[in-house]
Design a protein around this ligand. Structure first.
Ligand SMILES: [Zn+2]
Length: 281
């Protein structure tokens, strides 16, 4: 699942790649991908793309037609720029913008489900979109004070991934942020001390910003299907904690895994799956 840093670098690199290109035609092979009907996405045809920006985990493709396209990649979508058109038999294709350069800006989705979505909106009213108005403050570059934001009985692991609380953090970066701040995933937001809240805010800025810096140095177009996330603990179950050498432990859920350092985050305690899943409900 692409999170804030991955969406940010996607917006930056693709935005530079497509700005000034004219849209020759738009096709939507993903029949359920575009959720708005008026105007159709073809309203962008014969107009120039002006850039791509990010809000939370949403990409916004702007054009000089007066309309923009919001896209949420969900867990398995990718937005990429290809040198030539997709084969009509490519079942991953969801939304295709064919450009005058011969290139194609392509929303693809891996797996069998169609969950990625797009909406065509007037550019000047994009911020009124119900998804965007429902977002909490951006996690990066300058999140607000974390203490008041998370002041509830919810565990940090849940609250930090709630886009209505703070926008942009998902399952990979929450593991990294909590490890950096040396905080237990199931510590309750209301129980954070002032010092812990400060460390958590600093960890959010450091890790998300650090990932974006890493991508700026290592990535260029064309974007690979899988971005190389600079992770320390997430996906590192059984490995050594890069800071203290303790074996990283994990809690397994049906479709993802939460990783943490038991020595530095949970006072030496292993989180039992059932206990945690109950707490995180
Ligand atoms: Zn450790």
């Amino acid at each position: 699942m692409p999170e804030l840093p991955e969406i940010e670098i996607t917006a930056r690199l693709l935005g530079q790649g497509v700005a000034g290109r004219t849209v020759d035609s738009v096709a939507a092979p993903g029949l359920n991908t575009v959720k708005t009907f008026r105007p159709p996405v073809q309203v962008l045809e014969a107009h120039d793309l002006t850039g791509i920006r990010r809000r939370g985990k949403v990409l916004i493709v702007d054009s000089d037609s007066g309309f923009s396209v919001l896209m949420h990649l969900m867990s398995a979508g990718r937005l990429q720029l290809f040198g030539k058109r997709a084969s009509p038999s490519d079942r991953k294709s969801r939304l295709l913008f064919r450009l005058d350069s011969g290139e194609e800006l392509r929303l693809r989705e891996f797996g069998t489900h169609q969950r990625a979505w797009a909406r065509v909106l007037e550019t000047e009213h994009v911020e009124r979109d119900e998804y965007l108005t429902g977002l909490g403050p951006e996690a990066w570059p300058d999140p607000p004070e974390i203490g008041p934001l998370l002041d509830s009985p919810r565990p940090l692991y849940t609250a930090l991934r709630d886009r209505k609380v703070i926008a942009g953090i998902g399952r990979a970066w929450v593991d990294e942020i909590l490890w950096t701040a040396r905080l237990s995933p199931f510590k309750r937001g209301a129980d954070l001390s002032g010092e812990e809240a400060g460390a958590l805010r600093a960890a959010i800025v450091e890790r998300l910003g650090g990932a974006i810096d890493h991508y700026e140095k290592t990535l260029s177009l064309p974007l690979p299907d899988k971005l190389p996330l600079p992770l320390q603990v997430h996906r590192n179950e059984g490995g050594a904690c890069p800071r203290c050498g303790t074996t990283i432990e994990a809690v397994h859920y049906s479709d993802y895994v939460m990783c943490y350092c038991p020595r530095e985050q949970t006072g030496g305690k292993s989180l039992r799956d059932r206990r945690l899943s109950k707490l995180l409900k």
